[in-house]
Every structure is written in C-alpha cells, then in structure tokens.
Design a protein around this ligand. Sequence first.
Ligand SMILES: Nc1ncnc2c1ncn2[C@@H]1O[C@H](COP(=O)(O)OP(=O)(O)O)[C@@H](O)[C@H]1O
Ligand SMILES: [Mg+2]
Length: 164
Amino acid sequence: MEKNHRTEPAESARTEPRVLNECRLTFPSLSANEGYARACAAAFCAQLDPTATEISDIKCAVSEAVTNAIVHGYRDTAGEIIMTLRQLPDRVVKIEIRDKGCGIANVEEARTPLYTTDPAGERSGMGFTVMESFMDTLRVVSAPGRGTKVTMTKKFTCLPRVRR
Ligand SMILES: Nc1ncnc2c1ncn2[C@@H]1O[C@H](COP(=O)(O)OP(=O)(O)O)[C@@H](O)[C@H]1O
Ligand SMILES: [Mg+2]
C-alpha cells in the first residue's frame, strides 16, 4: 500500500483556521507602552490594507485591553503583558492580550456596561463595551490570581485597494 507522507491534518479535520502570519510582543506594564502596543497592532493590520475607520477601531480596542491589563491586572505592581497578533484567512485579524495579574472573579459582571471596580479613578466602566462594539468578537478568560486573556477578532470588509 502506498505510504501517506502527509504530516498536516486533512482540511476537514482542522478545527482552528490556518494562521497566515503571527507576531508576538512582550512588554512591561508601563502606561507608556499602551501607545506602543496600539501602534504595533495598527502596523500589523496595515498589511491588510484596511480603511482608516477599521484601523481606528483596532487601536481603540487594543488600547482598552492593554490599559485594563496595566491599571487593573497589575494595579500598583509591575508585570508582563503579551500581545499576539494573527492574520487568519478571509481578511480576519485575531488579537490576544494577556496578563498574569490579579484576574477577574466574575467576568460576566465585569463585562456589564458601566461596571467598574475603580469608580474613584477616571474609569468609565465602558472598556469591554468599547472592545465589543469595535470588534466582531470578544472573548475574556480569567482566573483570580492567575491573570486575564482577552481575545478579539475583526474581519476587514473592504477589498484591498488597487495600487497604481
Ligand atoms: N486585565 C484585567 N485584570 C483584572 N481586572 C480587569 C481586567 N480588565 C478588566 N478588569 C475588571 O473589569 C472591570 C471593567 O473593565 P472595563 O469595562 O474596561 O471598565 P473600567 O476599566 O473603566 O473599569 C474593571 O473595573 C476591572 O475590575
Ligand atoms: Mg477599562
């Protein structure tokens, strides 16, 4: 019998979409790095030739997630934030922002519009709502004492512009 040399699973057996490009960024939880993370995400997405609005949406969502990791996840401590940017088929971008901070006891409650554990600060409690509205999907996985992982996807709808 002919030997099958395939190492990849058959197309139908795949559960996760194929990753076309992937970049990972690790940075300390300094507020100065919020702008850096936002700019990196925008630069990564630029290869898909998005509209200005789409880029602005990505920047806002990343900004909210990274700010949360800095001000809530690590609070007065310092820690590591890991941002993974993936390009998937059909012009979909998947962005994952992870911290190893204090975690969230009740994710459903935290995602409620206007909910904040920092009403004395300048927090509006709208961070997760902003992420949800600017992105197509938002998934939050968290465990107290272990950290939080925010995963967002967005499909760029417009066709790439023809360059002359
Ligand atoms: N990375 C995180 N680590 C720990 N807690 C978080 C994190 N992200 C969000 N939270 C919790 O979820 C709440 C809601 O977050 P958000 O909607 O961004 O509002 P805000 O940041 O204005 O409080 C926060 O007040 C905080 O208690
Ligand atoms: Mg917030």
